[in-house]
Ligand binder design. Structure first.
Ligand code: GAR
Length: 197
């Protein structure tokens, strides 16, 4: 799993953290691994600008152009698998990719499909994780890097980071605190995985 394809939908700060870590830590020399492409399902995803500035291949695949979830995912597989080379299987990294994936897609990349979720799984799967953590009176919050399975926000946990919930926190403030930790644990979890592969 040396060719890393990152899927985004928005600001792409986790993608940028991974790209920066790969350069800073010279993943190519150390592990033979490189980020080969960034794919967004939204043409206006801010992260695409950063990726293009880095000289990375970028692609947009607009899910609204497809009649079904299955059709979109099949096209996405075809796009990703252009980077799936003999002896260099692709590692697919979801970084704020806000799509529910079909079992067909998930099974195709079994064991080489990662996600980061902004909660301490198995707590708070789904959306609005930070507000739900605040509403529940949680004293800590965090993020989880996990293998992706057909069940949403489940799959083997690879890394977690914990941050305190502080008095007066809003969901926005808490999200920003968690995000700084996401940027640390996601690259670390990827390195741990590609070192094992
Ligand atoms: C991150 O907080 C990530 O954990 C979350 O979206 C944000 C994307 O930020 N992902 C999910 O909620 C997935 N269910 P980014 O685009 O700046 O990396």
């Amino acid at each position: 799993m040396k060719n890393i394809v990152i899927l985004i939908s928005g600001s792409g700060s986790n993608m940028a953290a991974i790209v920066n870590a790969a350069q800073r830590e010279d993943w190519l020399k150390k592990y033979g691994a490189r980020v080969v492409a960034v794919i967004s399902n939204k043409a206006n995803a801010q992260g695409l600008v950063f990726a293009q500035e880095q000289g990375l291949a970028t692609e947009v695949l607009d899910h609204k152009a497809f009649v079904s979830r299955e059709a979109f995912d099949a096209a996405l597989v075809a796009l990703i698998d252009r980077f799936d080379l003999p002896g260099q299987p692709v590692l697919v990294v979801l970084a704020g990719f806000m799509r529910i994936l079909t079992p067909g897609f998930v099974n195709h990349y079994a064991g080489r499909l990662l996600n980061i979720h902004p909660s301490l799984l198995p707590a708070f799967t789904g959306l609005n994780t930070h507000q739900r953590a605040l509403d529940a009176g949680c004293k800590v919050a965090g993020a989880t890097v996990h293998q992706v399975t057909a069940e949403l926000d489940h799959g083997g946990i690879l890394a977690q980071a914990v941050v305190p919930v502080l008095p007066g926190d809003t969901a926005v403030v808490l999200a920003a605190r968690v995000l700084t930790q996401e940027h640390l644990i996601y690259p670390q979890a990827i390195v741990a995985l590609i070192q094992k592969a």
